[in-house]
Every structure is written in C-alpha cells, then in structure tokens.
Design a protein around this ligand. Structure first.
Ligand code: SF4
Ligand code: SF4
Length: 288
C-alpha cells in the first residue's frame, strides 16, 4: 500500500521545498516525488528532471463566440460579472467559464470549450520518478491540476511497487493546498518561529483537522527566535501534535539552493542530520 506524505506550510518561503528535497533524497529508491505547488513550482530546480512524458490537461472552460451568429446586442456584456465580454470584445483571461453569457445570448452564438490548463510532466531524476506540471498563463484551476499530479504519482508508485509518494504541497490554506493533502497518510507542516508563523500554523492545522489528515510539525530556522520556538513547542504539546524536529539556521541551506542540490548532498551539516531524524519520525508515525 503506497503511503502519501505531503510537506506543506501556512505560507510560502518557510523552507518547505528544502525539506521536501531532503526527504526525497532520504526516500530515494522507495518513493515517487510530486510537485503539487503548481502555482510556483521549484522542486525541479533541485531534482533536475529529465522529462520522459508530457500530457496536455484541458480542464478550464472558456467561452468561444461564433461571429457569424452574433448580432452585437451586448446582452452578454451586460450580464458578465467579470468584464470578460462585450459585443465587440472578449478577454479569455478574465472569463471564469460560468456560462451565464451563453444562457442570455439570444442568437446561440456562444459556447464553452475546454482549453489547455497545464501540461503534466513525468520525469526521471537521480532520486526516482517525479511528477510535476507546467501551468498555462492565467490558469486558475490549480486544485484540479494538483489532483492530477498526485494521481499520476500514485499510479507510478503502484506500478513500480514503491512505498511512498512524497508531495511538495502548496503553501497557504486555499484550494491547491486542500488538493495537496486530501487523502494523504501524513502532512508535515513546516513553520518558522515568527508571530505570523504561529498564526499560519494554526490556520493550516485547522485545515488538516477538517480533512482528517494526521499532521506533524517541524520548525525551520528554530534557533532564530528561541522564545517563539518554545511557544510553538508548547502549542504542539498542549494540542497533542507531534513535533517532528527543529531545524537550525545554517547558511549551507542557501548554498545548497545555489548549487541546486538537496541539503543531504552537501558536506556533512546539522540541517541534514536533523532531516534524517525527521524522516525517522515520519516513518514511525506512518505506521501508528
Ligand atoms: S449576447 Fe450573443 S448576440 Fe449578443 S453580443 Fe453577445 S454574443 Fe453577440
Ligand atoms: S462564461 Fe461567464 S465569465 Fe465567461 S464571458 Fe461568459 S459570463 Fe463572462
């Protein structure tokens, strides 16, 4: 049975991808990686994927006008709440595909058609298979794209009889995050010791509780603010949340990003050592 683990954070820039790439290294040979941060993907920068297949994903519906039928009455323009269409203009990037203009058009000049939303990419990397996506400009259906990325990753893991799917999730608490965590076996929340970090942690925990996903917490750059780190530890203890680890600040992290390597591929360092411990705790909690 494939176990799915998603690394998430309440906001971007907390070190989520550094942690995900470290775990990808530790799980190599037994995992498929997936980048579910489809709005701002960056795991590929570390994994150097060699793309082996590309599939078009057409899910966004947009209006198409048959100019031969249009009588320029502008009823579509009067009803569109997104200022996407008038008798003479149409802005595809504003169109939400709600279909209202189609209902009011007396000439049946408008139809909805599926457009390219993203290309789903399957790649080989030095850590194993990797599923990611290239979203089209202006595309808003990232939740469904995340869902497709995760399904593909799981399919590959099942075909190859691998144990894990490691998902670099989306930050925040919106639709792509929900798509990143629903049905996973465990979510690892990466938080920084700042006041907004605590606030973001509580928000994302509410989401994991709502979707009945077991969540562990790790504090990144934990030594930059010991007081808030202690506050997060206390919060986790009081709420029965497993603190998987505290990652100290180390300039080796930006060096690894510049070198486009996982932190585990850098010379021996304290961040890598802590990630090894975090991975052990993740495995222990998966089997509980
Ligand atoms: S409502 Fe239909 S006929 Fe009228 S302007 Fe729009 S597309 Fe043309
Ligand atoms: S489908 Fe909806 S958003 Fe798009 S042009 Fe028609 S009314 Fe506007």
């Amino acid at each position: 049975m494939v176990k799915q683990i998603t690394i998430i954070s309440g906001k971007g820039g907390t070190g989520k991808t550094t942690v995900a790439a470290g775990i990808a290294y530790l799980a190599k040979g037994s995992a498929v990686m997936a980048d579910a941060d489809v709005d701002a993907p960056d795991l590929h920068l570390i994994l150097h994927p060699e793309i082996i297949s590309t599939t078009d994903l057409n899910i966004s519906k947009k209006v198409v006008r048959n100019e031969d039928l249009c009588k320029k009455c502008n009823l579509c323009g009067e009803h569109c709440q997104f200022d996407a269409i008038t008798a003479d203009t149409y802005d595809r990037y504003r169109c939400e595909g709600c279909g209202l203009c189609i209902r009011v058009c007396p000439e049946k000049a408008l139809t909805l058609e599926a457009f390219l939303s993203a290309r789903i990419l399957i790649s080989n990397t030095r850590f194993g298979s990797f599923v990611h996506a290239n979203m089209e400009i202006g595309e808003g259906s990232s939740g469904r794209i995340v869902d497709t990325v995760r399904k593909e990753a799981r399919k590959i893991a099942e075909e190859k009889n691998l144990t894990y799917v490691i998902v670099d999730g989306s930050p925040g608490i919106g639709c792509p995050v929900i798509a990143s965590i629903t049905g996973v076996d465990l979510a690892l929340i990466v938080v920084e010791p700042t006041l907004s970090g605590i606030h973001d942690l509580k928000r994302i925990l509410d989401v994991t509780i709502h979707f009945n996903v077991k969540a562990l917490v790790c504090i990144n750059k934990s030594d930059l603010n010991e007081r808030i780190t202690q506050e997060i530890e206390k919060f986790c203890k009081e709420n029965g949340i497993v603190l998987a680890g505290k990652i100290p600040y180390d300039t080796i992290v930006p060096q690894s990003i510049i070198a486009r390597k996982s932190i585990l591929e850098m010379p021996k360092n304290c961040v890598a050592e802590e990630l090894k411990e975090i991975w052990k705790i993740i495995i222990e909690n998966l089997s509980k």
